[in-house]
Design a binder for this molecule. Structure first.
Ligand code: SF4
Ligand code: SF4
Length: 465
């Protein structure tokens, strides 16, 4: 009797990548990879790699814990997930990070842009009234939002950018990020000086895809190396916390992950690197899904192969959305990079960490981490301290000179698109975008269905009539 060539692991709902119809999907293990096997009545069978590491994939499924709920939901359940965003009462996680798009306009027209931004006449800035409503929606849902990210388009082009900063700072937002391509930061020293007056509690989320001209040309349409260097010079001068954000296309810039992490570690202002495979949504030119799609586990493997700092146990699933987010925390200390996350087992991490994507803002955790390394432990003695720490027996005092600037994090953020879509996963999505009408919508579904002009926008609009 013949056997299947794969192990049938489970069943979920996905989307047909061609027409976005919701279709049943088998999750199978085959040849070391995890795949979705889907069948669309119109477009037929589709097999999509979602992870190239079965053991890690299984680990993400073991790490689940109860989600944290927002204070309110914004839409009723009517058509089923993902057609009711949101957040509808069926969503399983609050907003760890919420994007507010200030504008559709941009001073670049990148060949890849999930927002399809540019300088066409129909692309507009949001009014201050709209932005106020969007900020208030986040606060109504979250109470004290953990992270709000001003985004776009290019948010620094908004004519009332400083008024928006004031509006945001006047609200109980714990951490405010500015998601930018860096052109304004590079060209306007005065702008950076003024931005620094909003410290602490702000961070620049700086597009930084490559150290080479070819990938920048391919992803951004321009060689931005000089711009990025100048922007970082200003950010270093004013010591404004910065995360470098790398959009990854397999075969284009995936061999630079280690070099970019090394570069980031040498920048005083840089607190971490976020690695994001391209989400197939919006403007995605010159992209062949079969060749260029990149999964979270492949990125994790590349970090391990291309850096000398991390071991497999150091890059762990983030408990709030473990199949889409992974992280490694380290300390930069006296010229060394000391990984932290591997000192804890996954379950200790899941218990210790809140449902959040950034932990530095939790004074208790920050204090614990700093205490752990406060006497220049070797990793071995640090491990012992950590065990005692977990038992609430801190051993040591925090030394002078050890600060948040010593913390360095590497994040992998893989958004769902019509290829890897898994309805079980999207319900846990915790990175959200505020719709101008006040709805809070997962980043993943916003770019597929809810952004005007997106592939599924007509489908959703027709449903609601
Ligand atoms: S993704 Fe979340 S908010 Fe959207 S329909 Fe599904 S459960 Fe509701
Ligand atoms: S990806 Fe960013 S920088 Fe590029 S066009 Fe879109 S908004 Fe502008």
């Amino acid at each position: 009797m013949p056997s299947r060539s794969y192990v049938f692991h489970g069943l979920t709902n996905s989307l047909c990548s061609q027409c976005l119809t919701k279709v049943e999907a088998k999750i199978i293990f085959e040849d070391g990879g995890v795949y979705l096997l889907k069948h669309c009545p119109t477009h037929g069978r589709e097999k999509v790699l979602i992870a190239d590491d079965i053991a890690y994939y299984k680990r993400t499924q073991e790490l689940l814990k109860p989600g944290d709920m927002p204070l309110k939901f914004n839409t009723p359940i009517r058509f089923g997930c993902p057609y009711d965003c949101g957040l509808c009462p069926d969503h399983e996680q609050h907003s760890c990070l919420t994007l507010i798009e200030l504008t559709d306009r941009c001073n670049l027209t990148c060949p890849i842009c999930y927002a399809g931004s540019g300088s066409a006449p129909h692309q507009k800035h949001r009014s201050l009234t709209q932005i106020t409503r969007m900020l208030d929606s986040v606060v109504a849902n979250e109470g004290e939002p953990q992270v709000v990210q001003l985004s776009g388009g290019e948010p620094t082009l908004h004519p009332d950018f400083w008024a928006v900063m004031d509006l945001a700072k006047a609200r109980p937002i714990k951490h405010l990020m500015i998601n930018t391509n860096g052109i304004k930061l590079a060209q306007d020293h005065q702008f950076c000086r003024r931005l620094s007056t909003y410290k602490p509690g702000i961070e620049v989320y700086l597009q930084f895809d490559s150290l080479r001209p070819e990938p920048l040309q391919a992803l951004r349409g321009v060689d931005l190396r000089a711009i990025r260097q100048q922007a970082l010079a200003h950010l270093n001068e004013f010591n404004i916390s910065t995360t470098l954000v790398v959009t990854l296309k397999k075969g284009l810039n995936d061999q630079e992950i280690g070099a970019i992490i090394d570069f980031a570690l040498r920048q005083k202002c840089v607190r971490g690197v976020t690695l994001q495979p391209i989400q197939i949504a919006g403007r995605v030119e010159d992209f062949a899904p079969k060749n260029h799609r990149y999964t979270l586990t492949e990125v994790r493997r590349a970090i391990l192969e291309q850096t000398r700092y991390f071991q497999p146990e150091d890059i762990v699933p983030v408990p709030c959305h473990p199949d889409s987010l992974a992280m490694a925390y380290a300390l930069k200390w006296q010229g060394e990079v000391i990984p932290l996350t591997g000192l804890l087992t996954s379950h200790e991490l899941a218990d210790l960490l809140p449902n959040a994507v950034i932990f530095e803002q939790y004074p208790e955790i920050r204090q614990r981490v700093f205490e752990l390394f406060s006497s220049g432990h070797s990793p071995q003695s640090a491990t012992r301290s950590l065990q005692q720490l977990l038992c609430c027996l801190p051993l040591v005092r925090v030394p002078a000179g050890l600060t948040y600037e010593n913390v360095f994090r590497v994040m992998i953020v893989q958004f769902l698109d019509a290829y890897n879509f898994d309805v079980r996963s999207v319900k846990r999505a915790c990175i959200h975008i505020v719709h101008p009408d006040g709805r809070i919508i997962p980043f993943d579904t916003y770019n597929l269905f809810y952004r005007p002009g997106s592939q599924g926008y007509a489908k959703i609009t027709a449903m609601k009539i």
